[in-house]
Write a protein that binds this ligand. Structure first.
Ligand code: MN
Length: 214
């Protein structure tokens, strides 16, 4: 997937081509640039034609994205399918709301988790044997190892370009073995609330219905 970059924002991109910004409340790509300091990640729960969790990692000026049908696991023995989707603009990290039915991705979105992340492949601290590979190279190689510092999701995660069944979009998301691994947690079902608004997907959808009903 080629994404044209202008001033750090995603322009004339797959993201824009898929959307009618007169119809969807999702953000237009803006002027938001890669910030100084640690890059961010966001996990958005998306109750669309089928419910999934969208994992997005800030790599340079964009949010590189995967749709995870079962959501992230905290159990290292789970391998979760992660389907690569189009890069999203940095503005998307704050988006919560209802995409109208019939529009691309129609359904309700909440910011299920977010925080900063570290590239473990670049890292030589904490006793980890990083090899100095930056995120762009790691993405190209199809082997990402990141430390997520979210409110719900923490610790090392690997994203591997597995190309299951020959599908170029198919990656696997796997919790790495570390102190944050926990086979008993199941945060996608026990911690359903937005870290931004405290609302569930159902509450956001209900609020939108009430607003439309006037
Ligand atoms: Mn989605």
């Amino acid at each position: 997937m080629t994404v044209e970059m202008r001033g750090g924002a995603v322009s004339d991109s797959a993201y824009e081509k898929k959307r009618d910004f007169e119809a969807t409340p999702e953000p237009r790509p803006g002027k938001k640039n890669a910030r100084d300091g640690a890059p961010i990640f966001v996990i958005q729960e998306h109750d669309a034609s089928s419910r999934h969790w969208d994992l997005r990692l800030q790599i340079d000026g964009a949010l590189v994205s995967w749709a995870v049908p079962k959501g992230p696991s905290t159990d290292p023995s789970d391998k979760r399918l992660a389907v690569r989707t189009e890069d999203h603009p940095l503005e998307y990290a704050d988006f919560e709301g209802v995409i109208p039915e019939g529009e691309y991705g129609g359904g309700t979105v909440i910011v299920w988790d977010r925080g900063e992340y570290r590239n473990l492949r670049a890292d030589k601290d904490d006793g980890r044997d990083g090899d100095g590979t930056d995120m762009k190279e790691a993405l190209h190689e199809g082997q990402l190892e990141v430390w997520l510092d979210g409110e719900k999701i923490r610790g090392g995660y690997a994203l591997v370009h597995a190309k299951l069944g020959g599908d170029e979009r198919a990656w696997l998301l796997v919790k790495m073995k570390d102190d944050e691994a926990d086979a008993r947690r199941n945060p996608t079902s026990t911690e359903p609330r937005s870290v931004l608004s405290g609302r569930t997907v159902e509450q956001v959808a209900e609020a939108e219905r009430e607003k439309e009903a006037g």
